[in-house]
Design a protein around this ligand. Structure first.
Ligand SMILES: Cc1cc2nc3c(=O)[nH]c(=O)nc-3n(C[C@H](O)[C@H](O)[C@H](O)COP(=O)(O)OP(=O)(O)OC[C@H]3O[C@@H](n4cnc5c(N)ncnc54)[C@H](O)[C@@H]3O)c2cc1C
Length: 288
């Protein structure tokens, strides 16, 4: 960033990026696909740290306990990766993030740090019990995604920290998963409702169920009562009959140009049923 007023840096190593983040508290830019939309408000005149060339933030690693996705992994890289079935839903979400051009630039960590209520990566990663690894110049910490996002555009990320990786427990990575998104048109659209489902089978029945809904509250949520209601039921498409209005009653959707709160709640129930059937039929999902 030079000796004078630091304006822009594009490091290739994580240590350098973290040192710069600690020293200048810059605006962090990954793919820029969220930041540049709000460019007038957020960019400049302060320093910008472009982390898109930091090698350590890229790639997907498998260990005995976890599958770890580098925070700087783009949606296109994720979609192209050879991943087990628990990631089918996340891949389906990735394929619905904007267009191919956006997927080529936009990163997983960027989607989570931007913390939009409609971020498509959040519901599938909630069903996968994802944990974020955050690093600063002084160390690392880990936090479940469910705790990381605290509100509309609010997270627990501290100044000087980067989200370096997203970890998914291996146990869940081999479940069946799906993602469905309802928008006001077929392509390039913000979710009115989005649903991630993950089911673990035991003897033809539901041994574990995870259902998360996005765009229907300030922060995407898992529907615990529905998850309980699905347990032990036969893993057949009629599993969707178990979804009742009370299971979506706790959602807090807003009225906006894309839909009223009442429309969103009803649509969420329908979309959950569709996502369950999609999952059981072995499809990954996409646009509803
Ligand atoms: C035309 C268009 C369509 C879109 N459609 C969709 C859609 O359908 N669904 C959807 O979910 N999103 C959509 N988006 C939003 C966006 O593409 C995604 O959220 C994307 O994943 C953001 O990633 P990024 O790397 O571009 O983030 P950036 O814009 O670079 O950053 C976003 C925020 O995260 C912070 N940040 C980024 N990476 C890190 C990190 N590693 N550590 C700490 N902070 C970090 C930045 O400081 C910033 O606050 C769309 C955007 C556009 C422009």
């Amino acid at each position: 960033m030079g000796e004078g007023l630091p304006l822009f840096a594009q490091p290739t190593g994580l240590d350098e990026a973290l040192d710069l983040a600690a020293k200048y508290r810059p605006l962090v830019l990954a793919g820029g696909t969220d930041l540049m939309v709000g460019a007038r408000a957020e960019l400049g005149p302060g320093p910008v740290l472009d982390i898109s060339r930091v090698a350590e933030l890229k790639g997907i690693a498998f260990s005995a306990d976890a599958i770890t996705i580098g925070g700087g992994t783009t949606w296109s890289e994720l979609v192209a990766a050879d991943l087990p079935s628990g990631f089918d839903g996340l891949k389906a979400a990735g394929l619905e993030v904007g267009s191919v051009q956006i997927q080529n630039r936009g990163t997983i960590a960027g989607n989570l740090c931007n913390a939009s209520p409609a971020a498509d990566g959040v519901p599938p990663l909630l069903t996968l019990d994802a944990t974020l690894e955050m690093r600063s110049a002084t160390g690392a910490r880990h936090m479940p995604l469910a705790e990381f996002i605290t509100g509309n555009r609010r997270t627990r990320l501290e100044p000087g920290e980067l989200v370096t990786a997203i970890q998914v427990p291996r146990r869940l990575a081999y479940g069946r998963s799906s993602f469905l998104k309802l928008g006001s048109r077929r392509y390039l659209v913000i979710s009115i409702v989005s649903v991630g489902v993950l089911l673990i089978e035991g003897g033809g029945r539901v041994a574990e169920a995870r259902v998360a809904v996005g765009a229907c509250s300030a922060v995407a949520v898992r529907l615990r009562a529905l998850e309980q209601a699905l347990l032990g039921r036969a893993l057949v498409p009629s599993l969707a009959d178990a979804v009742e209005p009370r299971h979506v009653a706790g959602l807090m959707p807003i009225d906006d140009v894309r839909g009223t709160a009442g429309y969103r709640r009803g649509a969420a129930q329908e979309l959950i049923c569709d996502a369950l059937r999609t999952c059981i039929e072995g499809r990954a999902g996409g646009m509803a």
